[in-house]
Design a protein around this ligand. Sequence first.
Ligand SMILES: [Zn+2]
Length: 505
Amino acid sequence: MTDLLPRPPRLSVSRVAAALTRQRLQKLEHLLILAPENLSPAQWRKLPSGTQLKDLQKRIGSKSAIPAAQTRLNNSKRTGISLGLLPVGVSPFKRLDRIRLLLGHAMKSNPGTLGALITGFDDSDATASAEAVTVAALAAVSEMPSHKSKPSPAPRLRALQLFGDGKPQLRRLRAENEGNHLARWLTTLPPNDLDSASYKKRIAALAKQHGWEMSFLDRKRLARLKAGAFLAVAQGGDSNAGIVHLRYRPPDASKKRPDVALVGKGICFDTGGVNLKPAQHMQNMHDDMQGSAVALGTLTALSRVNSKLNVDCWLAITENLIGPGAYKPMDVVTASNGTTIEIIHTDAEGRMALADTLALAAEKKPAVIIDYATLTGACVGAVTERYSGAFSNRQSLNPYLIKAGDQSGERVWPFPMDDDFDTALNSSIADIKQCTLDGIGDHILAARFLSRFAGSGAWVHIDLSSGRHKGGLAHIPTDVTGFGVRFTMNLLHEQELLKHSLANR
Ligand SMILES: [Zn+2]
């Protein structure tokens, strides 16, 4: 068994206001230099080993090479230098992506101390670059679960010193990394290590750590609440299934009502159920709880920055198994809000588990609900694993969703939510069909289905098509990306989602 929770990375990050002198440089095992592509000759000369780096860069020829040039100083530590040049006007995503690759290159020599010199940018680009190095380094040293009998040694990196320009918000970045790390770590656990019972234990440990109130609605309680949609999935054989409700309140919270409800799909393993998945499609189906892990990670980050928001978090935790009690196509079940659902395909279990969870979240009347789910293959088909899909019952929120994705480097793209899509879900025997069999536009139909349970307040649904991307994405070096924590922090803080949600009630 692994630890109950991930161990925090042992990396100190500090901003050094003083200049990067020869003495300070000698104490570093590696230095990253980050500068814009259009450096002037005078700026080149000011860089450590600047003339040499410029010659080397010319020899390589391409400014976009990673690194654009590299050298090693003739000092006692043989300090390595890697130069990264960023195009002027580079997007936040590309900045994070290139800095991850540059850092990955530097990490090959396994330095214990790393410096980053940020120079030649305007103020906002300098800050963005300092922040990108910080999050890339934190993500790189955040340990993932290992089940090797002889685990490979952890990276030596213990200190990152930021020199030059930029004013990174280190506390916020640490909080976001903690949330992202948690999401990636939980999602990476094998399904026999993260079943519903063990997941609940781990969440209880987190709740204790952060002072969240926690309640667990088990199958019995959910039966009393008539949560027939969730239970249809759980009855396949997961006796430990249930819905977790967490509450974060700032110390001086005067009102009880939640501002934000975070909702996550937590299918600890998805066999497909009676409509059993073929072997190839069952690979990585332990990932199907990533939505719940991202909701937990976001709650963690909000707690760490002492958010002033009242936040509820609802997690739909169950496996989708095949067993004598499993639900079947053509079953009709009733969700807790009274909606009757005609079952079409048991592998569309995510929307079933989320239906009741959203309905419970909506009952508390939060200003906005945000849900996360690895929900549909159709969303991957539409935007690939580079973007996630965004959906809302308030079209006016779409520009803020795009902007949060752009600025955080966790990119989303909104899809249409017109109600005539519902025609495809008309059922002759129930209120709504669960899905269609042809799968056309399934990401949109799934969102339309969920909208029936999300209440009348503002609601944002994120279909996590970029929850897994081979080789990493943006600053994240692992296949599992934990996508959504940074996006949501930006959405709530920089984009002021709450204000816009209330304006459109
Ligand atoms: Zn499924």
